[in-house]
Design a protein around this ligand. Sequence first.
Ligand code: GLP
Length: 260
Amino acid sequence: MSACPWQLQIGPDPEAVAEQVAARLLQDLLRPMGQPLGLATGRTMEPVYAALVRRVRALPAAEAEALRASWCSFNLDEYVGLAATDGRSFAAFMTGALAVPLALPPGCLQLPDGLAADPQLEADRYAGALRRAGGLGLQVLGLGLNGHVGFNEPPCGPEAPCRPVVLTAITRQQNAAAFGGDPEAVPPLAISLGLAEILAARELLLVVTGAAKATILRRCLQEPPSVAVPGSWLQHHPRLTVMADAAAAAALMPLRLAPD
Ligand code: GLP
């Protein structure tokens, strides 16, 4: 069997995992290395950002101020057709989870513009802005039930660039809670960074919690990469750390534990 480059850190529950991820994000934010932080949305990230907010608030004032002043992040994706002020947009999620509680300066949290008249042009603009900012440094990722990362829906190969994507039925079902429980109310189209931009990140942090994702996590990490499971292309990234709770990691064997 060939050597696997990824590392695994397991926490007992989603809260413990969130603390581990927040600690890693804070480390990066306190010592920015000239590349933007890549951020994700979704329920997995809610406790992560809550933990990050607590940690930033506990910093000495000068350190917290320096962190605010240097903050530069790019999110993975946004729904097409939703304004940043629409409570169901990912922009609103980020505003509520981080920008407001941390009093971040306007504009430092970047996302694709869901209201852009031409989604393809907006995807090109967003990819260009990310390139000019130096490409992704540390990218935090959640995992969709169908193996998507960002909104890279299957089938998806490793060369896929930032682009408008058609969402699958399973994803619209998975994200329906924010839309009154109705999958049909979930926008059918989104703009997402591609696997190309994600795989070019300096470092990847895949965060997976809950028993429902145990099988797809195993398929991502321990089956050969395939277009059927977009997250499976992550497994050969030279710096991939998987942070999972015990339930999500339950189907993985054998375990490789990262040093503390
Ligand atoms: C969403 C996002 C992904 C996210 C994933 C998992 O649709 N586009 O970036 O990681 O699906 O979501 P959750 O954490 O809610 O399970």
